[in-house]
Design a protein around this ligand. Structure first.
Ligand code: NAD
Ligand code: MG
Length: 396
């Protein structure tokens, strides 16, 4: 691997920590990697620990109230410190060849765009920023010569086997089915946040874990795949594959189907994005197919998991609708995680917020946003609608 500089947005999260482990591993093999900037939300101890090993030049915390404590803790390590949204943006803007975008939610958009605008290679784990600002984000990457390296395991799998994009018949995204794949609707209605976050295959942050339990994650990934690879919604299928061994498939016009397989460990797609177009040596567990035994597949159940259909409808409707569905879902997931609404209410909130916005006289989601300000206006309107609907469900 050639010497390079990297930044990690969201270093304290699940993807951030896996990225750190990959960097530590390739550094131990002799790769010279300078870490330029790292960011965290509010977890100061985890940020300090990451800085001890990565030795970045700059660290940003999202919470401005933590500025002084962060300075006290990080100055002895020689790390410059900033706080607040401006500092997060600075972290993306600082010169680094490769930037891991792993902040959760639309909060990742501004810092990731700062990296896109200076033409960096952007390893994209954060799917919400693409779902939220899809066409504008892709156009900006093209205009500034930024290379997008998909890290979401399904998109990374497609990226690895997309040898002839103009000869593709369709894509298949695989889904584990999440913790409630075989659960009854009655059991889902009373599911707790801890049950929803107990993913059978992957260990992830709480927001994406809940999204995996509702299958909203797969719906957001459908939108992500459509924007990233330029395929319409009807050319992208979803297949439940509980073993999470095949990470996605590309079907070609000659009948060949190429898949990427690996153990479910995010260090594998992260290392692929870091080393691209080469490959890096990483110690993730090797795939033992005899041990896996059987690979099984089933169609998703749209009755118990309406999220997939809601996302497909939003994608067909246009870019403002995909901005809105991601924002409404963030609010609904927060309301569920804080115990205000039930598990099945998540999709109810999203569905009602979408119909409210579709019927709104403002016509806010009728046309695609032409600027990031317009994206922000749609995002805010969707959050407002979802908050109100979640509030009334909580009070009922
Ligand atoms: P996480 O919750 O573990 O970590 C999120 C990171 O973002 C943390 O560093 C947190 O401090 C930071 N953060 C949270 N709110 C913030 C805010 N308002 N401003 C700035 N920083 C903030 O999440 P994760 O599981 O690592 O997921 C990160 C992103 O990667 C998500 O978009 C998720 O969809 C995507 N992703 C994750 C996985 C996975 O295996 N974890 C797989 C594919 C894609
Ligand atoms: Mg994924």
């Amino acid at each position: 691997m050639t010497a390079r500089s990297v930044s990690i947005l969201g270093v304290t999260g699940s993807i951030g920590q896996s990225t750190r482990r990959v960097i530590e591993e390739v550094r131990a093999q002799g790769a010279e990697i300078q870490v330029e900037a790292v960011t965290a939300g509010a977890n100061l101890p985890a940020l300090v620990e990451a800085c001890r090993s990565l030795r970045p030049r700059f660290a940003a915390v999202a919470d401005p109230a933590l500025l002084l404590d962060a300075r006290d803790a990080l100055a002895p390590l020689g790390v410059e410190v900033g706080a607040g949204v401006g500092a997060l943006e600075e972290a993306g803007a600082r010169r680094a060849d490769w930037v891991m975008s792993a902040i959760v939610g639309a909060a990742g958009l501004t810092p990731t765009m700062a990296a896109v605008r200076r033409g960096a290679s952007v390893a994209l784990a954060n799917k919400e920023c693409l779902v939220c600002a899809g066409p504008l984000f892709i156009e900006a990457a093209k205009a500034h010569g930024a290379r997008l390296l998909p890290v979401d395991s399904e998109h990374n799998a497609i990226f690895q086997v997309l040898t002839h994009p103009e000869r593709v018949e369709k894509l298949t995204l695989t889904a584990s089915g999440g913790p409630f794949r075989t659960a009854s609707k009655e059991a889902m209605a009373v599911a707790t946040p801890d049950q929803a976050c107990a993913h059978p295959r992957w260990s992830m942050g709480r927001k994406i874990s809940v999204d995996s339990a509702t299958l909203m994650n797969k719906g957001l990934e459908l939108i992500e795949a459509s924007y990233l690879f330029g395929f319409k919604s009807d050319l992208i299928d979803v297949l439940v594959h509980p073993q999470s061994t095949i990470h996605s498939l590309v079907h070609y016009v000659d009948g060949s189907v190429l898949a990427q397989m690996a153990t479910p460990d995010m260090r594998i797609p992260i290392a692929y994005a870091l080393a691209w177009p080469d490959r890096a040596l990483v110690s993730a567990a090797r795939l033992d197919l005899a041990g896996v035994g059987q690979l099984t597949f089933e169609a998703p159940d749209s009755e118990r998991f309406p999220a997939l259909g809601l996302c497909r409808a939003a994608l067909n409707r246009g870019a403002a609708a995909t901005t809105a569905i991601s924002a409404a879902n963030e609010i609904a997931v927060e309301a569920f995680l804080s115990g205000r609404i039930g598990f099945l209410d998540i999709c109810r909130v999203v569905e009602e917020a979408m119909s409210e916005l579709e019927g709104a006289e403002s016509g806010l989601i009728a046309k695609s946003p032409t600027s990031f300000d317009e994206v922000a206006a749609v995002d805010q309107a969707a959050r407002g609608a979802a908050q109100r609907i979640a509030g009334s469900l909580a009070a009922a």
